[in-house]
Design a protein around this ligand. Sequence first.
Ligand code: ZN
Length: 432
Amino acid sequence: MSEDNPILDDIGSEIYALAAKIFPICRSITGDGVRQTLRELGAHIDLDIHEVATGTQVLDWTVPREWNIRDAWIKNARGDKVVDFKQSNLHVMSYSVPVHQSLTLAQLKKHIHTLPDQPDLIPYRTSYYVENWAFCMPHRKFEALCDETYEICIDSSLTNGHLTYGEYFHKGETEAEFLLSAHICHPSLANDNCSGVALLTHLAKRMLGRKTRYSYRFVFAPGTIGAITWLARNEARTHQIKHGLVVSMVGDNGGPTFKMSRRGDTEIDRAMVQSLAHSGLSPTIEEFSPYGYDERQYCSPGFNLPVAMLSRSKFGAVPEYHTSADNLDFIQAGALAESYRLIGDTIDTIEGNGTFLNTHPRGEPQLGRRGLYRAIGGDKDAVVANMAMLWILNQSDGTNSLLDIAERANLPFSIIRRTAQRLSDHGLLKPV
Ligand code: ZN
């Protein structure tokens, strides 16, 4: 969004503030936590909220019962809470069924998850499709539990209700769509994925009033079942998706990591690789694999959409992943701003791409006479500007796009685009 919609210096802080606002909410794949989160996003963008009833068939899946939780705790024999949901919503395995009973330590231990290798952290655990209940706690505290009787309570409900997701649509000049998707089902985990949800909300907010060629659809849905539900309800429209990006874990200082779409050679793949190559960061670019986030659904063979995935650290590859250490200290405004800029550059590339024809293809046109050839004399920018002109004029035979030329010239797309505009203004290029 560099040219006609400058990035505000404080974009990273704004994204961070929204991530911090939604961080405390206890989300799951259904329930009031998702609704409350979408309400917070709705304070920034005009979000459409969709409610899909329990039992609805969605592709090969069924929308599950709705889960809500009010409180949970473990009390020791003296009545002191040794685990308290109100201290951290990670303390309860997501989708735990309601339970209130007294147990011996041996019985209780069968229902506790810990991380022995990271004894001070609470793990994040779920059991969406198998009825069960469990607590999660630091291993050090677990080992300190005395052999006595415990009273435990999980005040949750699992009832017929709805799956909730949110959608924001920015209308462009054409029906062709750019899909941006983030999962919204994790409880208090900052990078995975308050960061992605907050980044896309601010990206959507800044689309307002911007003229674009493509239409932009932002989907905020629970992981897996939410993307599958969205695909089931939008199957007839998916052919309009020309580019797509799943955004997750974009707030830490690692990576960036880019996973290409299943097709691997689509415009989103190439535009993002191009942005990364000139970002000054140290990106890792990976081939598609059928594991990760919702690109798995968008890239399933029956859809095979041009949807790639951007994160900073790779999921599962950092010790903070799916633990209480994925908190607001793990994400930073600077990293969020960098991620935002990468996505913004990629959108600029896709918006600005096009194919042109050199109107003076026999010999090089005389650039100096037109005031286009810049004297060099040690001016590095002049060298780049001149090279960009020569590449564009040479390659613009009507078959190579500006992105093709940027790749071949190994120059940032923004320079190629700007130079093509100058050449067009001088009548040396015309659109195909
Ligand atoms: Zn996750």
